[in-house]
Design a protein around this ligand. Structure first.
Ligand code: SAM
Ligand code: DTB
Ligand code: SF4
Length: 332
């Protein structure tokens, strides 16, 4: 087994991106086979437990109060309705249930309901994941005690590109929450978005920031930007001042994530609805081994289970079977 490294340099990562495509794919597939069961893909299901009206100004997001997407803001969902959706996801074969809230940060008064959701979903035998924005130390500890398996908190892009995408928080704010999540002993899910008009060097910086964390995130979602009308980035793409990401460059990013973070689950996340089956197949060859299932992400569409089942059959892939989620030791 090759050792996991946390001392990647930007130059090394840039060299990986620069490899001839066949060599990059060969390398990524080799790393993948050394660390993961071949042909297995983890199925995760998303639910938006609190939609819209978010105070942050993330340029890609339909749920920002700063965007003009016509999205109706909702209150936090009722616990029973969340557990009903989780039961349906489990029946559909999902291994992990990811609950997302459009918050800058949760309020302490929201935490009891969040805790009930985590406990309820865990009792069904699914892994739990929450994404609620920035957390205090106490909130991270509350989630850990409730049994939360994963916390999703994306760094989204390179440190130097961050302020071009989001102005209401800093890259360091993101790292601070990730540290609290780690310290509380919760597994980390952190990745980002490709196709926001960033440069190759930003993609290098994005992977570098993840691959040099003291511990790699256990899950690394790689999203392809879904351009949404009324968001800053969606409107820029529509008026063509922003070029769409090239499929091969997207696959390269997945491959470099796989090589630099060999043990992490790399999730081919948002953007599959408009991605060709051939590009998705290349992403799986490049080492992606997790997807979001169902016909909805948070506010946008997803491919749906029957299209995915047909793709899996075509490619000879199979859903990963659940194992008891591994809990991390709390770092002092
Ligand atoms: N509010 C929480 C936060 O920002 O951490 C959780 C929800 S937020 C919607 C989760 C992630 O979804 C973002 O960090 C971003 O990476 C991804 N995302 C949001 N809108 C997207 C879009 N239009 N296309 C691709 N990914 C998107
Ligand atoms: C992640 O990296 N992607 C998911 C999940 N983490 C929370 C969210 C994708 C959202 C896509 C846009 C939408 O549906 O609003
Ligand atoms: Fe809010 Fe998260 Fe959307 Fe940013 S990505 S606007 S924090 S919901």
């Amino acid at each position: 087994m090759t050792e996991t490294r946390n001392d990647w340099t930007r130059e090394e990562i840039a060299e990986l991106f620069d490899l001839p495509f066949d060599e990059l794919m060969w390398e990524a597939q080799g790393v993948h086979r050394r660390h993961h069961a071949r042909g297995e893909v983890q199925l995760c299901t998303l639910l938006s437990i609190k939609t819209g009206g978010c105070a942050e100004d993330c340029g890609y997001c339909s749920q920002s109060a700063h965007a003009d997407t016509g999205l109706k803001a909702t209150k936090l969902m009722d616990v029973r309705a969340v557990l009903q959706a989780a039961a349906e996801a489990k029946d559909a074969g999902s291994q992990r249930f990811c609950m997302g809230a459009a918050w800058r940060n949760p309020k302490d008064r929201d935490m009891p309901a969040i805790v009930e959701m985590i406990e309820g979903v865990r009792q069904m035998g699914m892994e739990t994941c929450m994404t609620l924005g920035m957390l205090t130390k106490e909130q991270a500890q509350t989630l850990a005690v409730a049994g939360l398996d994963y916390y999703n908190h994306n760094i989204d892009t390179s440190p130097e590109n961050y302020e071009n995408i989001i102005s209401t928080r800093t890259f360091q704010d993101r790292l601070d929450t990730l540290e609290e999540v780690r310290a509380a002993g919760i597994n980390v899910c952190s990745g980002g978005i490709v196709g926001m008009g960033e440069t190759r060097s930003d993609r290098v910086g994005f992977i570098h920031a993840l691959a040099t964390l003291e511990r790699h995130p256990e899950s690394v979602p790689v999203n392809a930007l879904i351009p949404i009308k009324g968001t800053v980035l969606g409107d820029m793409l529509a008026d063509t001042s922003l070029a769409e990401i090239d499929d091969i460059e997207f696959v390269r990013t997945v491959a470099v994530a796989r090589i630099t973070m060999p043990k992490s689950m790399v999730r081919l996340s948002a953007g599959r609805e408009s991605m060709s089956e051939a590009t998705q197949a290349l992403c799986f060859m490049a080492g992606a081994n997790s997807i979001f299932t169902g016909d909805k992400l948070l506010t946008t569409g997803n491919r749906g289970d029957s299209a995915d089942a047909a793709l899996f059959a075509k490619l000879g892939l199979r859903p990963m079977v659940s194992e008891e989620p591994m809990r991390m030791e709390a770092a002092e």
